[in-house]
Design a protein around this ligand. Sequence first.
Ligand code: NAI
Length: 372
Amino acid sequence: EKLTVCICGGGNGAHAMAGLAAAHAQTESRVLTLFQDEAERWTKTMEKNDFIILQNLPDGSVREIKAKPSMVTKDASKAVPGANIIIFCVPAFAHQQYFNAILPYVEPDTAIIGLPGQPGFEFQCFDVLKEKARRCAILSYESLPWACRILEFGKKILGAKDSLVGSKITGKSNLKLDPAKTLQSMLGEHPVLKMANNYIEPYLMTKAIGLDEFGAACLSGVSDEVVATAKAISEQKPELNQSHVQHLLEWYRQDYRETVADPTSLLTAMRTNAAYNGLVHPMKDAGNGKWVPDFNYRYTSEDIPYGLVVTKGLAELAGVPTPYTDKVLTWCQEKLGKEYIVGSELKGKDLKESRAPQAYGYKSLDDLVALL
Ligand code: NAI
């Protein structure tokens, strides 16, 4: 049976997903990109050129996949109707405008997939799509399936991750297809898609706490608080079991076992992780010939409002004190020129811009259970 996939976004991830969906048997791949003239530029490039994905395979060879999406448009009325699966492949700060754009055209029994969703994806989805969201399946994955970059608008290179954890809210939907299985068949063998216990669990598994200039002690302290939050939620609400949440150090020891030379402590694991070679702190030109840290880069501008503020919100609902998180948040929000937290409470004036449960009026763990 024919499958129609609508990919939201126009960057690295959206390019990769659009190509893989187009290459999938009996699948129409459509792209909805709202940003500037991206749709027009992408469409023009495809008129004259092939659309090629270069996929790095584990054995060192490169696989070339040629397949064009059927349309690239900024018009949701063209891209969304009839789509069985809508995949968000765009940084989290842009999610709101895509939810708004698809709202009039989403049909019941559609799968809406955040790839990545990032913490709070479901809150924002229910906030915008309201009752429509209950008739859909909402899936959210912890990251993009690949490290990928656009080489030219229309060509890119991919290295797939090993595995990827996601979650699913089925609601009152009754889909003809299994969205996770379908996504897996579009992605191929890797990454292996896994299911979390529930949609909150990946929030507490997020690596959006990786601000290494604060030092391993601070980082480890934040991670301890996230684990404590997971434990408190699991105890109070068995429906929201968080058994997959682990300390950052355990995650390094497992997921980076091939590349971490010294897994003794969080500090040594991070310092000796070869996967980080070549990754440097984002800097910007201060205008006087000097370079200064760019604190508006997505490690902060994205991972704070759609990461740490959300986990802080969960800790608050679970009644877990978070001195390290509060310290880190206080420092980061000042760099961002925002106010999410005041002292140890989430009541800053910019809280509404975050995806903390409190920003959507959820006041207890019961409110989170109600979304299941
Ligand atoms: P990207 O950096 O390629 O996204 C840029 C795209 O976002 C633009 O092409 C445009 O479509 C949209 N956009 C940018 N500014 C906008 C604005 N002001 N308003 C509306 N839309 C705007 O993102 P990429 O690389 O596709 O990543 C998507 C998500 O996956 C991000 O959250 C990223 O942190 C995450 N991720 C990316 C990885 C990668 O290797 N590219 C790896 C792991 C995670």
